[in-house]
Design a protein around this ligand. Structure first.
Ligand SMILES: [Zn+2]
Length: 165
């Protein structure tokens, strides 16, 4: 199996530019200089607080998130940067909904902006299930730089895979 193409949704010319930067070794440096700041969200408890703080600030009307965790088993591919599960079950005649957000563990060691991007992405899924216009509008509402950040996160994932292999 080949490597996932994290930039498949972007114009070919842009993909080729990033690929050239990657091969010359300059992509890693570029991203490290652009995003020098790490974050302190290292435990699942800290991640829970971080996610819920953003939810309360921007998505007060969205359903609550009952469980938040870093998950090392998530394979970070094109459309699964994190996962978002919505479990509904009937308890004592009442329908109880539970939302769970799992963030791929690679984001624990990521620049602060990248954790924010993935969190915004998963929070937006509480309201919008598909990656459509309404979804991205919601992401931009929470993080105006969302589009650039998602692109840079994908480039960063390419760097990481190159280093690991
Ligand atoms: Zn998504």
């Amino acid at each position: 199996m080949g490597k996932p193409n994290y930039l498949a949704a972007y114009p070919l010319e842009l993909q080729q530019q990033v690929q050239a930067l990657l091969e010359s070794g300059r992509l890693a440096t570029h991203l490290a200089n652009k995003y020098p700041q790490r974050h302190a969200v290292q435990s699942d408890a800290a991640l829970y607080d971080y996610v819920n703080e953003l939810r309360q600030r921007y998505m007060r009307n969205a359903p609550p998130v009952s469980r938040v965790l870093y998950d090392s088993k998530i394979r970070v591919v094109q459309h699964a940067l994190g996962t978002n599960t919505h479990i509904s079950r009937v308890q004592g005649g009442k329908l109880k909904a539970k939302n769970e957000i799992r963030i791929a563990t690679v984001f624990r060691d990521a620049p602060a902006e990248f954790l924010r991007m993935i969190t915004v992405h998963e929070l937006a899924h509480l309201k919008e299930k598909d990656h459509d216009k309404a979804f991205y509008q919601l992401c931009m509402h929470m993080e105006p730089a969302y589009a650039q950040l998602e692109f840079d996160v994908r480039a960063w994932l390419m760097v990481r895979e190159t280093v690991v292999e």
